[in-house]
Ligand binder design. Structure first.
Ligand SMILES: C[S@@+](CC[C@H](N)C(=O)[O-])C[C@H]1O[C@@H](n2cnc3c(N)ncnc32)[C@H](O)[C@@H]1O
Length: 200
């Protein structure tokens, strides 16, 4: 965790300017969730808050958003950008969310999963906080192959975003993956929280 915080602390101030063309991709990813006004969302690993405005647009004034991140400098940047007016911002670990069970209608995880040492535990925690029938979006504003290049490795079937591995991890954690769009402009996996009965 300390290494992650150091990595993102060093990049926080320039995060938005590094990827200036990504904003529409976040908006389209949130739109793909078809969220109801008044719904509850958790933006895990929210960084500088690039998903916050689209989430607020989808949920309306009655919706509730909790945006958490492990790196205070990323949250400080989100606050500086004004996102604190649209969401609660909190320092927290994506594996221990400060949220009651089944509170959320959706978890949005942008750019996060490959950074986690224990993605299985994260998916389990996100399943805890999402009500049955609720949704999960695992999003990157670029393809899996382009992300692998950015992270200096070749894509492999062992990657957490590889379709087979992600589907297996999600199934074990209580999610059913309904679609994976791995295209030039985005990687977006959508999953539905299974009910306990459906899991039997
Ligand atoms: C690649 S950035 C993505 C930020 C933002 N979601 C976006 O799409 O621009 C990954 C973020 O995840 C955060 N992060 C990494 N591990 C985390 C953890 N265990 N719990 C919470 N946040 C974490 C980092 O601090 C960083 O801000």
């Amino acid at each position: 965790m300390r290494a992650t915080q150091e990595f993102f602390t060093a990049r926080a101030a320039h995060w938005e300017t590094r990827f200036p063309d990504d904003a529409p991709r976040y908006a389209q990813a949130v739109q793909a969730l078809v969220l109801a006004p008044g719904a509850h969302a958790v933006d895990v690993g929210c960084g500088t808050g690039r998903a916050v405005a689209p989430l607020r647009a989808a949920l309306g004034a009655a919706g509730q958003i909790l945006a958490i991140d492990a790196t205070p400098a990323m949250l400080a940047e989100a606050q500086r950008l004004g996102w604190g007016a649209l969401t609660a911002l909190a320092v927290a670990d994506a594996l221990r969310l400060p949220v009651p069970a089944a509170w959320a209608d959706v978890v949005f995880a942008g750019g996060l999963l490959p950074h986690l040492d224990n993605p299985a535990a994260a998916l389990t925690e996100w399943a805890r906080v999402v009500r049955p029938g609720g949704a999960l979006a695992i999003f990157h504003p670029l393809s899996r192959a382009a992300l692998a290049v950015r992270h200096n490795h070749m894509p492999s079937d062992d990657d957490v975003l590889a379709a087979g591995r992600l589907r297996a991890l999600c199934a074990a954690a209580g999610w059913q993956v309904t679609s994976i769009d791995d295209s030039a402009e985005r990687y977006l996996a959508l999953a539905v929280r299974r009910s306990a009965a459906a899991a039997l």
